[in-house]
Design a protein around this ligand. Structure first.
Ligand code: MN
Length: 736
């Protein structure tokens, strides 16, 4: 067929169902597209215009869409592939058509990689959400159908990729929109490239048995038609062999070969009204023996996508089972063309247009019943009338955010460290402000810096997601505390030095708890935080502690003097016990207990210098936690059921050579990141027992590093070193 003939065929098809269409506009669209694509060739070597013409033919012939859709189908690739722009089409045709073409182009631009199921579902939702006008997705599916039909000219790699995409994205959308006929063809074509051997096997077996099958179907059809004629029920009966992909799926899921597939044949009886559907069902069950448990009434309870029909499976005269579907003509149209069928009705009614957009789809869907249907309506409502926005990471992953979301929401959705270090954002390659509203399909990139000051209070007002807001709140609570601790500690240490004391004088199991009690703080960090914040002063802290230290020293001196005199009075006792030394297990002194089993908790892996607390386990001795570990939180320690199992522990002077602990590094993913991390660990002479690194979907990397360190000081050195690596956003000691 020449291009002209093909175009005339299109006009003829359109005239068949819409004689009053404006054919001069259709011709203009065709000629404009032809001119735009002039010189371009398809992979098959044919002129490019063949493709948009074929897509328009599908839109007309298979979906009977309105003339705007036909024009848009003819023009669907001009924005993407030629210099033509939205404005040109809006001016030459109409803004609506320009929007349709732009919509199709947007969907074309999306790159899919195959993902886990959840991502695929999000992608499908996004696609529907992006198609503000349902006609966009209908044209896009037609486009994909033609591309699949002509896939043989593509490279094997492209064939596989496009087929997978079709199987995972487009066929399910066609199904969701109730377009069974197109769904089947998309699936069969995809299968052909995804499993050529399996596909060929089915097709050639079906071919080989074609005569046999045809005879069976003719005979059965005649039996049914004769009976319905006798009863005077107007009808149409079709028989068909099920399509290859549905056979393929059955073979796989039931692990059967082709001969064992139960129902290879399906018959359709189309009647005039619902009453006759049930009459025909009675007739079928009278002629053939129904197979138990196979009757389904989708008229009473339609499928979520609007499908209505009666289904039954019966045993044929030759012992061959087959399925029968019984429905009215309008139910049949819905089943074949899905929402497109409704579009057609609307068009005949009040004329097509963007007004009311999805109103009719929604009404259609809301009329459905059943839990399944409800769920579908719910998801479709979210999809289409949405409180959600779908945006891409630079890697092409989809993030699902509440409508009105900003780069702040996006950054915190990736990781709180990304949000806290954010200094800017790019949307579709352009720098935007933090309060920029994200739109469906935007590609969002977050710019981070180690020097970032962190979130500001305003961010809380800008952010739309609860997730972002709560993470910002956490930051204020925590980050300020850390800052305060650092400042408070510095002030406290300076004051100590000023008074001729050192930290060593304060530590030790017999001192620190008493001293802390004196200043009424549960831990040193709490005291530092208070000093940093200004709620307490370093001078007060040191002077109170000094008073206490003097008292302790005096007490000890008296005690020693007493012991000395006792010893001398018991001079005959030659085996006097060695001066009492506090014994430690693995460097840990457990208050009141000697020689008890000590283990370090895996959740927070304390090292010397950390403030610690012990928990008496059942049978495994004392487990040592950092006092800031969530598993040793004040609430847990106060729990009456467990409170007597918490026990004071402290670091002795004879700590082990090294202790295992864990660090978590969050960084921008890049080449050689792990190499730099290893280098930093090696220059700090760190003993590494394991590194696990995973990339997040958004271009960040999270590494868990298991190391052995002598004490907290060595660890701080390592953390500092890691922090200096380019791209590293945060180094933390995980706990809890
Ligand atoms: Mn195309």
């Amino acid at each position: 067929m020449t291009i002209q003939e093909q175009y005339e065929h299109l006009e003829k098809t359109l005239r068949g169902y819409n004689p009053s269409a404006d054919f001069s506009r259709i011709r203009n669209a065709f000629e404009y597209a032809d001119q735009c694509h002039n010189g371009q060739k398809r992979k098959s070597g044919e002129p490019y215009i063949i493709h948009p013409l074929a897509v328009a033919q599908i839109v007309a012939e298979e979906l009977n869409l309105d003339s705007e859709s036909i024009e848009a189908a003819l023009l669907h690739d001009v924005i993407e592939d030629t210099p033509a722009e939205h404005a040109d089409i809006a001016r030459l045709f109409s803004p609506t058509i320009a929007d349709l073409v732009e919509g199709v182009s947007k969907l074309t631009r999306i790159q899919y990689a195959t993902k886990e199921d959840e991502q695929m579902e999000t992608l499908r939702k996004m696609l529907i959400a992006m198609s503000k006008d349902i006609r966009v997705i209908l044209i896009k599916i037609s486009d994909r159908l033609h591309n699949m039909r002509t896939m043989e000219y593509q490279s094997p790699e492209k064939q596989k990729q496009k087929s997978l995409e079709t199987m995972e994205i487009y066929a399910p959308i066609a199904h969701r929109l109730g377009m069974q006929r197109m769904k089947w063809e998309l699936e069969d074509l995809s299968l052909k490239y995804l499993d050529p051997v399996g596909y060929q096997e089915i097709v050639s077996r079906l071919d080989a048995k074609k005569t046999e099958y045809d005879m069976f179907m003719q005979k059965t059809r005649a039996q049914v038609e004769t009976r319905l004629d006798e009863l005077g029920i107007p009808h149409l009966v079709y028989g068909r062999v099920k399509h290859p992909y549905s056979i393929y799926r059955k073979m796989f899921s039931q692990n059967k070969n082709l001969d064992e597939i139960f129902d290879l044949f399906a018959f359709r009886v189309i009647v005039e009204n619902v009453g006759d559907c049930y009459n025909v069902l009675g007739v079928i069950h009278d002629i053939y023996t129904p197979i138990l448990g196979r009757f389904k009434d989708y008229i009473g309870t339609p499928k979520p996508n609007g499908y209505q029909s009666l289904h039954t499976t019966v045993m044929g005269t030759d012992g061959i089972p087959f399925e029968v579907q019984i429905r009215t003509r309008s139910m049949h149209e819905v089943s074949e063309y899905g929402v497109a069928a409704h579009w057609k009705y609307k068009q005949n009614g009040q004329g097509a247009g963007a007004e009311g957009k999805y109103e009719w789809v929604r009404r259609l869907l809301e009329n459905q019943e059943g839990a399944d249907a409800e769920e579908f309506i719910h998801s479709l409502k979210i999809d289409m009338f949405a409180d959600e926005v779908f945006v891409f990471t630079p890697n092409g992953d989809v993030q699902n955010l509440p409508a009105g979301a900003t780069p702040i929401d996006f950054a915190y959705a990736i990781h709180s460290a990304v949000g806290n270090r954010m200094v800017g954002a790019r949307v579709n390659g352009r720098i935007v402000t933090f309060d920029h509203t994200l739109k469906n399909g935007d590609i969002v990139e977050i710019l981070t810096s180690k020097g970032a000051k962190g979130p500001s209070r305003d961010w809380m007002k800008i952010a739309k997601s609860n997730e972002a807001r709560s993470k910002i709140r956490q930051w204020f609570k925590k980050e300020r505390r850390d800052e305060n601790i650092v400042n408070g500690r510095a002030a406290f240490e300076a004051e100590l030095k000023h008074c001729g004391l050192s930290m060593k004088d304060l530590l030790g199991p017999d001192r620190l708890p008493v001293l802390l009690k004196k200043v009424t703080y549960p831990s040193l960090d709490d005291m530092y935080a208070a000093i940093g914040y200004g709620g307490f002063t370093a001078q007060k802290a040191v002077s109170r502690m000094r008073g206490e230290l003097q008292r302790i020293a005096k007490q000890q001196a008296e005690k020693q003097a007493l012991e000395a005199s006792e010893n001398s009075s018991k001079a005959e006792d030659s085996h006097s016990p060695a001066p009492k030394q506090v014994k430690s297990e693995q460097g840990i002194i457990v208050e009141g207990l000697n020689n008890c089993l000590v283990k370090f908790s895996k959740c927070c892996t304390p090292v010397p210098g950390d403030e610690i607390v012990g928990f008496i386990t059942r049978g495994y001795g004392v487990s040592v936690h950092r006092s800031d570990c969530p598993n040793a939180s004040p609430e847990r320690r106060a729990d009456p059921a467990l409170s007597d199992r918490w026990i004071r522990v402290s670091w002795g002077s004879d700590t082990n050579e090294s202790y295992p602990t864990t660090l978590e590094v969050v960084a921008k993913d890049r080449l050689n990141l792990l190499l730099d991390v290893s280098a930093a660990l090696s220059t700090t002479k760190t003993f590494v027992s394991g590194i696990q690194c995973r990339s997040t979907e958004d271009g960040f990397a999270i590494a868990r590093i298991e190391i052995r360190v002598r004490d907290g000081e060595q660890m701080r050195t390592i953390i500092n070193k890691l922090n200096q690596i380019s791209g590293v956003l945060q180094v933390t000691r995980p706990s809890g």
